[in-house]
Design a protein around this ligand. Structure first.
Ligand SMILES: [Cu+2]
Length: 110
């Protein structure tokens, strides 16, 4: 018992500053009919960003970008989180590897 109370106080001390701190901005990207919506995402340069990718299709898709060095499979009807950045200002194309002719987009860091 004497160990539990100090630990609880420590937990409380850390819990408050952690919850007050906001994480990276979240940008939602949807896949529908093998297309990305939106197909152009603007993000702040030099800052980490959290992409929430929601696949509304029944089929799996793979978010792929050589420029962003990211590759992630999102099963049909599933969601995925992909962290990108901090990025230098510029354009970073991405595509859906399973439907590359239609599923195309780009991240613009400003
Ligand atoms: Cu791939």
């Amino acid at each position: 018992m004497k160990y539990i109370v100090p630990r609880l106080i420590l937990l409380l001390l850390f819990a408050v500053p952690l919850s007050a701190r906001s994480g990276p901005p979240v940008i939602t990207l949807e896949i529908r009919d093998h297309l990305f919506f939106p197909d152009t995402i603007e993000i702040p340069a030099n800052q980490k960003v959290k992409l929430l990718v929601i696949n509304r299709d029944d089929t799996a898709e793979e978010f792929e970008s050589f420029e962003l060095n990211r590759e992630k499979i999102i099963p049909g009807g599933a969601k995925a989180i992909i962290f990108i950045g901090p990025l230098a200002p510029g354009e970073y194309p991405f595509f859906g590897e399973f439907f590359p002719k239609t599923a195309q987009g780009k991240v613009i860091a400003r």
